[in-house]
Design a binder for this molecule. Structure first.
Ligand SMILES: [Zn+2]
Ligand SMILES: [Zn+2]
Length: 377
């Protein structure tokens, strides 16, 4: 077996385990070890995510994980053990592992839709001191961090990779006008990434504080629902010649937002229904509108190794406002409390709460880039 760099004399670690609906517990579990091709990382930082909140609230996820499992999927960390046969990484390397990897052999993978892989392999367990990374993810979807990149920035790779996939599938390009519905973490990532790609972004938001936040991340114009009578009219008026948006990104995950989205697109436009409402939800659309406007409806899911890399490149480019997405931080022990708090939707007048960075006590200090750089050096 490869090298090890574990804390001396311990065989357990602290980790968050999802035991049921809204039942997340801090427990002592066995330290993971690396089998052939695998890595074990000491988690440097993990981030909270809307998908995790959904899983927490519902107690399940159709594809990603089941109960009684380690939880959390956005992280970056340091290699403490490299399994037999791992050549790309060694102990001490700082890396970001994606939360999945495709098989590259099935129909969908060969068709360039690796996000739809029949055998997509998921990994969870970011809210822990250590995490095992399966061989396939090590081989296909783990990226080395430059010394200057803090763990908590690198951990944004996964959510941004989903957004980059959404942009790519919507033919986003400089000069186009996009409407983004929603200013939660995903909506804001869309606003920021689209504006950095040179799109003219119009954001539709709910709360007052989200107006400033959406502008900060690059929205040229922002509509607050409470300020307008008809959000569809208000949004269309702001598009060139009032013809509607080239692309509409829906990031609210309600049937109403899905319906608004199709009414905000221009003739020949594209609507990306990105937010996933609960299973069993149905939405009614005006068939004439979709047909005679020749609309393209898309619903992008997840990411591919290629969009993971474009997300990572953008995060390390220096152009991306990484820190501004990280509005809170908490020790690992507080994860259950952080999720309980996330359940209550923020009300008017509260500070924006986008993502919380979770630091295991033992590694908290590494979040400081200079210390991380020293360790890597
Ligand atoms: Zn996520
Ligand atoms: Zn596949």
């Amino acid at each position: 077996m490869g090298n090890q760099l574990y804390p001396n004399g311990t065989s357990t670690m602290t980790a968050a385990v999802l035991r049921g609906k809204e039942d997340l517990r801090i427990e002592q579990v066995s330290l993971p070890s690396a089998g052939p091709g695998e890595l074990v990382l000491r988690v440097g930082a993990a981030l909270t995510c809307g998908t995790d909140l959904k899983v927490y609230r519902r107690g399940y996820h159709a594809k990603m994980l089941t109960l009684d499992r380690l939880f959390g999927h956005e992280l970056a960390g340091t290699v403490v053990e490299a399994g037999e046969g791992v050549t790309r990484f060694k102990v001490g390397d700082r890396v970001v592992p994606l939360n999945s990897a495709p098989c590259d052999e099935c129909f969908f993978c060969k068709a360039g839709q690796q996000n739809l892989c029949d055998d997509l392999l998921f990994n969870n367990g970011a809210y822990a001191e250590f995490i095992r990374v399966p061989a396939r993810i090590v081989e296909k979807n783990t990226l080395p961090l430059p010394d200057s990149m803090p763990f908590q920035h690198a951990a944004l790779t996964e959510p941004l990779a989903c957004v980059m996939r959404g942009l790519e599938e919507s033919n986003a390009a400089a000069g186009k006008t996009a409407i983004v519905l929603g200013a939660g973490p995903i909506g804001l990532l869309f606003i920021h990434a689209a504006s950095l790609q040179g799109l003219n972004v119009i954001a539709v938001v709910k709360r007052k504080d989200q107006v400033a936040t959406a502008k900060h991340f690059g929205a040229a114009q922002v509509i607050r629902l409470a300020d307008v009578e008809d959000p569809i009219v208000a949004a269309r008026v702001l598009t060139p010649e009032g013809r509607g948006a080239d692309i509409v990104f829906e990031a609210v995950a309600t049937p109403e937002a899905w319906q608004w989205a199709v009414q905000m697109a221009r003739k020949g436009g594209l609507v990306n229904l990105f937010g996933g409402p609960p299973a069993g939800t149905t939405v009614a659309f005006d068939t004439n509108l979709i047909h005679y406007s020749d609309l393209t409806l898309k619903a992008s899911f997840h990411h591919t190794p290629s969009t993971a890399r474009s997300a990572f490149d953008l995060l390390r480019s220096g152009r991306f406002f990484c820190d501004d997405f990280l509005t809170g931080s908490a020790p690992l022990e507080d994860v259950p409390e952080v999720f309980r708090r996330m359940l209550t939707r923020p009300s008017e007048g509260t500070a924006p709460d986008i993502k919380t960075a979770i630091y295991p006590k033992s590694t908290r200090i590494e979040a400081l880039p200079q210390v991380a750089a020293m360790e890597a050096g």
